[in-house]
Design a protein around this ligand. Structure first.
Ligand code: GP9
Length: 410
């Protein structure tokens, strides 16, 4: 594990001499982790209306990564939170939040607190779900706002509607001290089975009416409207101009009826399309003043999120053990999935169920996102390296090695 992290640190270090390093030093950071929010709804219309008009507009004013992948496994929302905040892989079974909440990790809240930030996490549900109370305490957040801290004035699904959740979260942030803040917010209204109150179902979904993907699209549209209101709330609170806003989806929606996707997207769905639909979630960074708005095509993943934030704030990754690499850096590495699959942006590898690397399927990716089956040594070497990454992550988590590595480095 030590030599693996030494090599990774060298790769991460490249960002320190690259554009944007430290350009947003001291700015607030607001992270929105959106429940089951997948990339295929972005830019998509149904019944003549955009599903995500607010996000589509925001993407034009942001740095957008259309090839961002979630890296979650059985721990679902908690895995997404762990991967993005602590820059490590989830475990192959269960949730790190539940199984290893007592271990030490280098996670974003503690890293930013070292730089004088106030670190809070906001989620309008029971604080014990996914063992968040314990894990967030361990991650060193200053405060965890749970359902108890919200007025349930807009009941939707499991709890509070995202519109009200974001509005009340901005109020909470306004009441905190003058430090710059790092705030993690976890939305909930688009949770399976996606049934919104009738009055919130604003789209005409045609043939998808009464189908689960129709309900999902309605929920995605609702979340999009909540993001629109969040932006308005931040502007009203005079926070918009000094806050970096990051938005990403946590994991897929568990809907695998491909005929429904064909109805929505209007084209046949191949096997590679299926894998990529399941794994792709949107990711955007909005910088104050709409600066650096662009589309970056490289393949990136949730574990790269914390190093990316550190890049913008000018925080060196040297003292920490993180597995990701800043998405804004030229330094390249593959995105590794928990099942042993990976992509480097030019090939995409889907492992076989027997786990034998050579038996997996290798695709060459075209620029339009489609993929053709191929036989490539890049898939074999990439899959071997993915296997190594996963086993390093597993060993570090299982044996609580971060404090050991930390001590060795001193
Ligand atoms: C509940 C929410 C949902 O608090 O985060 O988690 P999920 O079921 O999507 O993993």
């Amino acid at each position: 594990a030590r030599s693996w992290f030494d090599a990774r640190k060298k790769l991460q270090k490249q960002m320190e001499s690259e554009p944007l390093f430290g350009e947003y030093k001291g700015k607030n950071v607001l992270v929105v982790q959106a429940e089951a929010f997948q990339q295929f709804v972005i830019g998509q219309s149904i019944g003549g209306e955009e599903i995500t008009p607010n996000l589509n507009k925001l993407i034009g004013e942001s740095i957008y990564f259309p090839n961002f992948y979630h890296q979650t496994a059985q721990g679902r929302t908690s895995d997404a939170d762990f991967g993005t905040s602590c820059s490590m892989h989830p475990m192959p079974t269960g949730s790190v939040f539940i199984r290893f909440a007592g271990n030490e990790f280098d996670c974003a809240p503690a890293i930013l607190k070292d730089q004088g930030y106030d670190a809070t996490v906001h989620h309008a549900y029971d604080g014990s779900f996914w063992n968040r109370n314990n894990m967030y305490h361990n991650m060193d957040y200053d405060q965890f706002y749970t359902v108890k801290d919200y007025d349930i004035d807009e009941p939707v699904g499991w709890s509070l509607g995202d519109r009200s959740f974001f509005r009340q979260t901005v109020e909470q942030l306004k009441e905190r001290s003058n430090n710059p803040f790092y705030a993690m917010t976890i939305s909930l209204s688009s949770h399976h089975p996606f049934k919104l109150p009738y009055s919130d179902q604003e789209l005409k979904v045609g043939d998808l009416q009464g189908k689960i993907l129709g309900d999902y699209v309605q929920a995605a549209h609702y979340v999009d409207s909540a993001v629109g209101e969040l932006i308005a709330n931040l502007k009203e609170a005079n926070l918009w101009e000094n806050t970096i806003l990051l938005i990403y989806g946590d994991h897929d929606n568990s809907v695998y009826d491909w005929e429904q996707y064909e109805t929505l997207l209007g084209h046949p769905i191949s096997d590679i399309d299926k894998d990529r639909i399941i794994r792709k979630v949107p990711f955007l960074i909005h910088l104050p003043g709409d600066e650096h708005a662009s589309v970056i095509d490289k393949a990136v993943g949730q574990m790269d999120t914390t190093p990316t934030i550190m890049h913008l704030l000018g925080i060196s990754t040297d003292p920490y053990r993180l597995m990701g690499v800043s998405m804004l850096s030229q330094a390249n590495k593959s995105v590794v999935f928990r099942n042993g699959g990976f992509t480097d942006g030019s090939v995409y590898y889907v492992p076989s169920s027997d786990g034998i690397i050579e038996n997996g399927t290798c695709y060459a990716l075209a620029e339009d996102g489609s993929g053709e089956k191929t036989v490539s040594s890049a898939c074999v070497t990439g899959a071997e390296s993915a296997k190594m990454d996963l086993s390093v992550s597993d060993r570090v988590i299982e044996h609580d090695l971060i404090p050991v590595l930390r001590k060795e480095e001193q």
